[in-house]
Design a protein around this ligand. Sequence first.
Ligand code: BDP
Length: 328
Amino acid sequence: MNTIKKIVISAASTALVAGMAVSSQAAEWKGWNIHKPGYPNTVAMDKFADLVKEKTGGNITLKMFHSGVLGNQPDAIEQVRIGGLAIGNFNLGPIGPMAAEANVVSLPFIFKDMGHMHRALDGAAGDKISAGMAKIGLIALAWYDSGARSFYNSKKPIMVPADVAGMKVRVMNNELYSGMISALGGNPSPMAFSEVFQSLKTGVVDGAENNWPSYESTGHFEVASFYSLSQHLIIPECVCVNAKAYNALSAADQKSVKDAARESAVLQRDLWEKRAISSREKVMKAGVKFNEIPNKAAFQAAMAPVHTKYLAANPNLVPLVELIKNTK
Ligand code: BDP
């Protein structure tokens, strides 16, 4: 064997030994979160990190990075998939284009209300969605709430679908959302969350859509003061872990991590309910021009082609959509 080969082999075996040593030592995980301090998800992810350390007896420590400092959401999802990051609190919206089963929650009006979404996600439909996510390397440890998303803009109240016609509306990265805006005659503009404030302010877009807490925490209400209660999307969120990192843990540590995520979800859902109310109060006090939508069925009908087109292209998802619709 020549010297170069020997050096390469011995370097490789040293690395192997080092690798084994690392896996039996404490794992240090990095976690991604898009929200600011004080937001329900931020508080709950910090709690999750504390619980992970406590329940695994320090075998795993999780360092959370909040406010999207580690990059935008689609990139972060990719990072957790490939293991550049271990953990993320993700909205299922931007996961949908990568995992077909997860995309069904992005069909407008698929959930009747938050209760329906909870029953579906905590039951058989949730299991199917988790299985679809596992196929792309993401283990959903628990589901977080994200309320219902409604339209807001800087121009006028939206009362009927035709009011969206001609409006430039920011959406998250997912063709279903672009299709939804096009179905109303608007111009969809997919864009990272962090860019929306400036785009609304400078008129690059006329409007966007989100729940009360995000409308408030981002300051979007200061630059787009018409909020119209369409509630067209109820999208759950996950605490997701890289499958390889999770599968490498002992059964006991896996259980601890899962239990920690579930406990944090109980906290998140409770904080969410409170924040939805306080955010709404805050923006109303700030002078937001709010309106209910007299005939939501009209929006549902206008967006129905989004379902038809999607299910025609993905007939294998019809049973999952039916399962969700039939969840009592
Ligand atoms: C918020 C979600 C967050 C999304 C954001 C968005 O919690 O994950 O990135 O909406 O609209 O409600 O991009």
